[in-house]
Design a protein around this ligand. Sequence first.
Ligand SMILES: NC(=O)c1ccc[n+]([C@@H]2O[C@H](COP(=O)([O-])OP(=O)(O)OC[C@H]3O[C@@H](n4cnc5c(N)ncnc54)[C@H](O)[C@@H]3O)[C@@H](O)[C@H]2O)c1
Ligand SMILES: [Zn+2]
Length: 340
Amino acid sequence: MSNNLPSYLSISTSATQDLAQKIDHLQPDKYAFLVDEHTREFCLPLLNLDKSLTIEISSGELNKTLSTCEYIWQKMTDFGFSRKSLLINLGGGVIGDMGGFCASTYKRGIPFINIPTTLLSQVDASIGGKLGVDFNGLKNHIGLFQEPNAVIVDTVFLKTLSAREFKSGFAEIIKHSLIQSSDQWDYLINTPFEEINWETLIPRSIQVKNEIVTADPKENGLRKTLNYGHTIGHAIETYFLSTEKPLTHGEAIAIGMLIENKLAVQSGILSSNEEADIENYLSEIYQDRRKIPSYEILMKYLMQDKKNDNMGIRFSLLERIGHCAYDVLVSDDILKEVLK
Ligand SMILES: NC(=O)c1ccc[n+]([C@@H]2O[C@H](COP(=O)([O-])OP(=O)(O)OC[C@H]3O[C@@H](n4cnc5c(N)ncnc54)[C@H](O)[C@@H]3O)[C@@H](O)[C@H]2O)c1
Ligand SMILES: [Zn+2]
């Protein structure tokens, strides 16, 4: 199995030992940990290494900005970081994306290691080399592609994650199953959530993402299937971001998958039986039953999506479980009909 994992990624049962080994191999002149207040409290104590250089930022997507980068670059400068210094990003996708971006641009690029500590960052954000920050409200607007020197995935970190954050990452596992692995989907629907074996499911889900990004690193084709659920999902996520009750990324993506499946059925590419099976499963896991914004409001957000062109909105839609089409143009009539 492990041969389908990215070469830089190791599934670990002792993050300390694996990290020590990587440091030994890289021989940096110094290294620092990038954490937020949660990963400083819950994750850093699990690493039994010298932590004298630590950079702490405030958690949350709102802090994934260039001004936080300036703070990180300043800290690295204060620490006397050279091109041979190492940044270790210990946290969720925000820390990984932003820490990787800061490392890759500091003195034109220094080594960095990601230790993802959320389910979402373990199965998704840490694979594929996309790094960056948000800019003037535009998500991941500034960034680059650069693979980390190492990624260490250890499920021990997940124990302190809230149930809600855990389910947020689970949406990406569901997505990976639906677009590429009907076997994994069969496992999910036949296994009660509480009985899922995460030690095997997480590496399998990483494999799916890795196979896709390896085949199409720069998103010219196949990689677009990873956007399944995300076109509508992002619009919904952005809409609720400015309300009192934001959704987690995964909650928004779950709704996105549900709605995009309806688009696929209406467009005649997915069977309504499979659509119903997926809806049943998703609504069991995600219990939030809020009203989604109207067609008019969603269209406003959809039109801002960077994946659109002048032909209209293109979707990645399921053709059947385990297989996803991309660049599917959906007519405005169908969009209107479904979003009603
Ligand atoms: N690069 C990519 O390919 C890619 C893919 C998907 C998502 N992303 C990015 O990832 C980000 C979302 O990642 P996320 O969901 O991990 O969010 P996050 O990094 O904001 O983490 C979620 C929350 O969990 C806390 N946390 C982290 N680890 C913890 C632990 N072990 N115990 C307790 N609390 C912990 C964090 O402090 C934070 O409050 C977004 O910015 C998104 O754009 C990137
Ligand atoms: Zn996602």
